[in-house]
Design a protein around this ligand. Sequence first.
Ligand SMILES: [Ca+2]
Ligand SMILES: [Ca+2]
Length: 295
Amino acid sequence: MKPTRLFKAINSKHSLKFCFLFLVIILFTSNSTAIPKTNTKEVIKRGVKIKYYTKGEFYEYELYAKVDDKEYKIDVPECALLNIIEQTDFNLDGIDDILVEIGYGGNNKGLSYFFVTYDGNGLFHVTDEFGNEEVRENPKIENWNGIPSVSIIEVNAGMCIEEHHKYQKRYILEHGEAIRVEFKKIEELPAIKEVRHTDFSDDNNKIITMKYDINNDGIEEQFLVRYWERWSSVLFELIIKGTKYSCHLGCSRVGILPTTTNGYHDIVADLDRIYKWNGKTYACDNYELEIIGVR
Ligand SMILES: [Ca+2]
Ligand SMILES: [Ca+2]
């Protein structure tokens, strides 16, 4: 009978070999089922031609992608101003991804961001958003350890009622998600002399004069600092050799830094916004102090 023959086989001199074979089969099958292998790269043709773009305007933006000349509409948050910041291979898998900015317009809400990846077969993946109402500057796309990364600045500018803070955060696209890989608190640059918005707590209408020889010619220049009630911040004018320069951007403080550029001390606004002398006026990024007259 067959059961007898099986019993005999197990108990025969070959039983050890049988057990070993059985063990190998168990190990092999358990190992192969423990690691799920759903590699999206296998279903995506490398080098696929993909182009992302938006359509529409005024809070009715829609996001599209054209893959090998076939158009797809991608589901994204509604009622938003969408702006594609960058199309590049953020996760280095050989297929272009995008970083999209969500804006809401006006001064009340900041900016947030999400990545979109193409998963193949007409399927796209949208990551969770990052950023918030304290993000107002354009993000920077920077190389971070060989990977494209997104650096954003969060700052509670505007109303200077709370203590001023500023953070730099860095995100990368990994495993289909926006992963934060860096968090840095931006410290306030120490100034030689400064005027803060809190210096006006006793009188909003006064003008505080700050004197300092900013170009080391033996004559003190004058900062005229006023309070801007709407934003609880300060505005300043600067008089150099009879010429008046005006800053129209509110800040929580204005100060003089020990560093110099072209022979003039640098000026700091807020925590770390630095105005440098360019030979004609003070400038920071694309903003210059306006020359409003000669006394
Ligand atoms: Ca990619
Ligand atoms: Ca001087």
